[in-house]
Design a protein around this ligand. Sequence first.
Ligand code: HEM
Length: 417
Amino acid sequence: MEPPIVATVDRRSVTALFSRLRTSRGQTDPYPHYAELRSMGDIVPAPWGGHVVTSFGLCEHILRSRDWLVPDARWRQQQGAATRWTAASSREMAQTLPSLNPPEHTHVRKATAAMFDRRSLRALQHVVEKSTETLTGRLSERLHSREADLHTAVSEELPVTVIGKWLGLPPADYARLRELTHEQVFAQELLPSASQLARSDAATEQLRDYFTTLIRQRRARPGSDPVSACLRAWDALEPDREAADKAVHRVVFFVLLAALETTATLLTHSVLHLLQHPRQWHWLRAHPDQVPAAVEESLRFDPPTHVISRIAGPGAAIDGVGVEAGSMVHLLVGAANRDPAQHLEPDTFDVTRRATHLSFSAGMHYCLGASLARQEAVTLVTALLDRFPRLRLARAPEWAPRVAFRRPLTLYVTDSR
Ligand code: HEM
């Protein structure tokens, strides 16, 4: 018998399942837990309130529907003081693009999208290639007759180098910015603890100070970099200089947060799944034009972002049944990408399939950095296939105990020449 669309489940079993998912062990392979959740129904009541959705079709429908909204500043305030939604880090996030609803979202997205035009991305390709060459060169030195951690040496370095060069940030700041983004992400996790929120608040404050200084400097000495370009674009839209500075601050702050950890995870996952499937790794050596398809399959099979949240607007309904306005749904895109109703043999990693996924979201909040993230992953996998054809996994990788944002901690490899 088909499971019901909205399941009636034992709260304790769902609580236990999420407790397992929130451990490093659960993150080593979260997919059997998702399958268990799916077997309960397409929509499962979340023990902490709202619902969890695992079906690809429903997740996509909600993401594309105008009846569903993002948790914006007003909604967060309504949740009351002393909730995760009123923490300083959450209030800061509420001002950024992915937390805005129309009409504000439409206006800010248009101004932000100007930074991601084709010309800028083409110019960045050179930076991606040069940085990949330098980092794989360093990896080669480390691999000399021993194992090396590709995640730390390459995946964590490439995104911050690319964004840093793009925004014109001093390389001496990269390590600190990377650590601050890892700390800040806790505010965007599924169920952050009080101590995690405190770490996120502290990181948010440091990032705020950092970008306030940066914007002051770019005001004093404007250049051809995207921060100066963004200031010029906002000055044209916003007569109040202080308001324009704040708008640019939110853009740059969010771009840094959005770009670093997620892309590092994509890089490591793309390499990991190919090394775990050596035949596909070797097949790609003979078919380098298929590397983009392999990156898409990695995005489907094991995406960096696993949960996207939405709030029911006044007209929202699921399967024709009205949903209370203001209630939250957690779209488990990591599970949706493996929905058997969407893909044949969804648990098989297969670079030759035409992978469809929700890893960059869908609808009006679709990721603005998707092309750049893809560019970095394709460039890195191509360079590794070329430079280290006999690359092997040295030991099983480890993941941080997260749920919404997967975070690999290591990827030890050897080059068995
Ligand atoms: C593999 C890497 C990445 C993944 C998996 C990813 C994922 C996502 C997802 C799921 C969303 C939508 C959230 C929602 O619908 O509520 C999003 C939005 C966004 N991402 Fe990415 N992202 C990645 C890389 C990047 C990069 C490299 C940048 C910038 C350089 C970036 C910039 C943005 C921006 C500005 C938005 C907000 C769009 C909006 O709300 O209109 N992302 N990203």
